[in-house]
Design a protein around this ligand. Structure first.
Ligand SMILES: *Cc1c(COP(=O)(O)O)cnc(C)c1O
Length: 306
């Protein structure tokens, strides 16, 4: 339903995203088949999975939100995608940003300013209250006309847009693999699986147990579908990197013309390569890799002090 929404057309979002066969010369890769779902290509500005998660918010052109308030860090792909959409659709938006970047705004924040988004810097203490009822009620009083969208765009409503990714994937696959941070993308994929298929999330932050609980909050009770999260590939934590990750990204981009950034897609492909070398997948497994986009954050050469 969202796939051909006129809002997506108005924003020049190109769906369905392409699917590419990927045949790297990695150890063990000859035993599996890999396809990449290139959601990084749906739009030059609006990041792949962030549009998918927002698409339901904008699906009904006759009742678009009158105003939007949302949350994120100084490099947030979500605020970036949302800010662009609000600018194009002429919806007033307020971004509550964690920390104070007044003196040194990031490229992402400069884009928001250019797009007319009102930026409010909030302390980390206040930001931590973003899911609390009291806090949200106070926000509703301050912004009575606004639709409040959670961090990362991750809410129940976000799942239907993510499910579309698998609906537009005619290729047979056994496993779909994607990065996971706030959980809604993986949850959307899980809920679109067929019984014999499996979803694997690659944790981009330290969160054994925590990330699983984030995903589970979006799943129907007693959901029996097969999924797991692999926790060995965060390289020190959210937006942290390692020498091996940096080197991997450089080689892989150059060798396969595949754009990667260190926060999400770099960790995803690094994990894929390692898991294949470790014989994690049985012979003949058909793997679908979701490239979730997020390349705007690669404009920040230094990304270790977020
Ligand atoms: C936000 C983001 C993710 C993580 O998605 P969640 O739904 O928060 O788990 C993955 N990749 C990119 C590029 C992102 O911007």
């Amino acid at each position: 339903m969202h796939i051909n929404s006129s809002t997506a057309r108005q924003l020049d979002i190109e769906l369905p995203s392409p699917i590419q066969a990927f045949t790297p010369d990695w150890a063990g890769a000859e035993h599996v088949s890999i396809h990449i779902k290139r959601d990084d290509l749906i739009h030059p500005v609006v990041s792949g999975n962030k549009w998918r998660k927002l698409s339901a918010v904008f699906s009904d052109t006759t009742s678009l939100p009158r105003e939007i308030v949302s949350f994120g860090g100084g490099y947030s792909n979500h605020l970036h995608a949302l800010g662009y959409c609000c600018n194009k659709l002429k919806i007033p938006m307020t971004a509550l940003v964690r920390g104070d970047y007044t003196k040194q705004p990031t490229p992402m924040l400069n884009d928001l300013t250019r797009w007319g988004v009102s930026i409010q810097y909030v302390t980390k203490l206040e930001y931590n209250r973003r899911h609390e009822d009291d806090y949200l009620n106070a926000l509703r009083q301050t912004y009575p006309a606004a639709t409040i969208i959670p961090e990362g765009g991750s809410q129940q409503l976000a799942l239907s847009g993510v499910q579309q990714i698998l609906c537009e994937t005619p290729q047979e696959f056994d496993i779909v693999i994607s990065p996971v941070a706030s959980g809604a993308t993986l949850a959307g994929l899980i809920t679109a699986l067929r019984p014999e298929q499996r979803a694997i999330g690659i944790a981009v932050l330290k969160g054994v147990g925590y990330l699983e609980s984030l995903v589970e909050q979006f799943l129907p009770e007693d959901d029996r579908r097969d999924w797991c999260i692999e926790h060995h590939f965060h390289h020190g934590g959210y937006a942290k990197s390692s020498e091996s990750l940096t080197a991997f990204i450089q080689t892989t981009q150059a060798q396969y013309q595949l754009p990667l950034e260190p926060v999400y897609s770099g960790k995803l492909f690094y994990a894929l390569k390692t898991l294949i070398a470790d014989n994690y997948f049985t012979k003949g497994t058909k793997i679908l890799v979701l490239h979730t986009g997020g390349l705007q954050s690669a404009r920040n050469a230094l990304c270790s002090n977020r």
